[in-house]
Write a protein that binds this ligand. Structure first.
Ligand code: SF4
Ligand code: SF4
Length: 471
């Protein structure tokens, strides 16, 4: 029944296969010879199968967990260097016809304020985001064919790309909207989106149906097969994710990797990103009502295992996580974080963080300047790079760049040049001082001399007022 090449949800996320995997992992969780063999395989940096990775997740031997963490850190360094890509979510509308029990935007929540941004309001939000220094957004909207039809989303994307305020520009719009048709995915592709992101929430069909009792999202197969339709519609970069806390994390982890294997088997390219959200408090949602919540320790282990299981896939965490947790998982493999997020509709134009339409509570409440400064003080290079998508390096073209080990000659100088733009246009004096020193030092780490020279030249040009250089 299990078939990664099948286009049927229940065959590529086969429940029996997940159960057998968990059983296999339990039986082998103390099998040191096998665990060592799997860790050795992971060292080849070609990834792990869902079965292999599940054995490591079940393993509780402290020395082996340390080895896994060390390897995750090493793979993170080799593939992503010390760069962290920055983004911000932009909530367009919280109208939603679904009944997801973990989200305050569910249809039956009658006391939450409902809001949908007009194009003028989107303009103002984008200007506020540009004034912070953001270049990459993830737009979010509830599912509502009347209030948020695809035409609204497309028009909003056009508005976002069109705004050039001072030196600002949003150069990549990723889209997180409900599962839709091939035709609509094609339209999103034509509108120039970056990644299409859709969280599975849970891969466990029975739980999924209970957690989504009403609305179109109730249809497990339609939701789970969405990425295949997106790819059929021409979107090369897709982003997966489960909401940890809804179901048993070991089930979700095995199924998530099966989904990645399925995309690779059918479309020849795995997921571009994997997001790692955990359920958090929000309006009428109490996270303690979900008894599968995971500790910070397990969360860190999951991040490390995603890193070594799918080394070429970017990993994202949001401001749902505290500064402390972010510190830990960035080291273990996270490559993208949001900064200064407002998770409410129209939140960026308000002086104070508004709570009336928030989708979830934000743990990390620092400004973008503070996050950028903190990252640099912790030894990372905050990057506002959006080059790949704009150079047409998506899907397998992006993957071949990674696999050829050329990412350091692209990502690294791009990170330095986009950071320089941030320092010139938006940073506080303290952040700028730290950043200038960091750029100076990190220039030495561009491997190819020619690239380094061009990068130096471009940094000068940025100082002289020019913008938007990229490799
Ligand atoms: S998770 Fe998405 S689909 Fe579900 S209620 Fe919230 S906004 Fe609607
Ligand atoms: S060069 Fe491409 S992969 Fe590297 S940070 Fe920029 S967009 Fe991402």
């Amino acid at each position: 029944m299990y078939n990664p090449k099948s286009l049927k949800a229940e065959e590529f996320i086969c429940h029996e296969e997940v159960l057998e995997t968990l059983d296999y992992a339990d039986k082998n969780k103390e099998n040191v010879a096998l665990i060592d063999e799997i860790i050795e395989k992971a060292k080849l940096r070609k990834g792990l199968s869902h079965r292999e990775a599940s054995v490591l997740l079940a393993c509780e031997i402290p020395e082996k967990i340390e080895e896994i963490y060390a390897l995750a850190e090493q793979i993170k360094k080799d593939f992503y260097g010390n760069r962290i890509v920055m983004f911000a979510p932009l909530y367009l509308s919280n109208y939603c016809v679904n009944g997801c029990v973990y989200c305050p935007y569910h249809l039956k929540n009658k006391h939450i304020a409902r809001k949908k941004l007009t194009q003028e309001e989107i303009r103002n939000e984008v200007i506020a985001l540009q004034d912070m220094g953001h270049k990459r957004l993830a737009i979010e909207a509830g599912e509502d064919p009347v209030n948020n039809p695809i035409e609204y989303i497309l028009e909003s994307i056009k508005t976002i790309y069109s705004i050039k305020h001072k030196n600002g520009a949003i150069r990549r719009v990723n889209v997180n909207i409900a599962a839709t048709t091939v035709e609509n995915y094609r339209k999103l592709k034509e509108a120039g989106i970056g990644t299409y992101i859709l969280f599975q929430e849970t891969y466990h069909k029975e739980s999924y149906e209970k957690l989504h009792p009403t609305g179109p999202k109730h249809d497990y197969a339609y939701h789970t097969e969405a990425m295949d339709r997106a790819m059929e519609g021409g979107i090369d970069d897709v982003g997966l994710g489960v909401l940890y806390g809804l179901e048993l994390y070991r089930y979700e982890f095995a199924a998530l990797l099966m989904h990645a294997e399925h995309l690779e088997a059918v479309h020849g390219v795995g997921p571009h990103t994997i997001s790692m959200p955990r359920i958090k408090h929000a309006d009428d949602i109490d996270p303690t009502a979900f008894d599968n919540s995971i500790s910070d320790e397990i969360f860190a282990k999951l991040c490390a295992l995603v890193r070594i299981s799918v080394p070429y896939t970017g990993m994202i965490i949001s401001t749902r996580e505290s500064q402390e947790v972010r510190e830990k998982v960035i080291r273990l493999g996270v490559s993208q974080i949001s900064g200064a997020s407002r998770t409410s509709v129209g939140g960026y134009c308000e002086e104070e963080r508004p709570h009336d339409t928030e989708q979830f509570d934000v743990s990390d409440q620092r400004t973008l300047d503070e996050v950028v400064c903190w990252l640099m003080e912790s030894g990372y290079i905050p990057s506002f790079c959006t080059a790949c998508y704009r150079e047409g390096r998506t899907g397998d073209r992006f993957m071949s760049l990674c696999k050829a080990g050329q990412i350091q000659n692209c990502c690294h100088p791009n990170a330095l040049m986009t950071l320089k733009e941030f320092l010139m246009d938006y940073a506080s004096p303290k952040t700028r001082e730290i950043g200038e020193k960091l750029i100076e030092q990190e220039l030495m780490n561009v491997p190819k001399e020619k690239v380094r020279e061009v990068c130096k030249e471009n940094l000068k040009n940025i100082e002289n007022g020019q913008r938007d250089f990229r490799f």
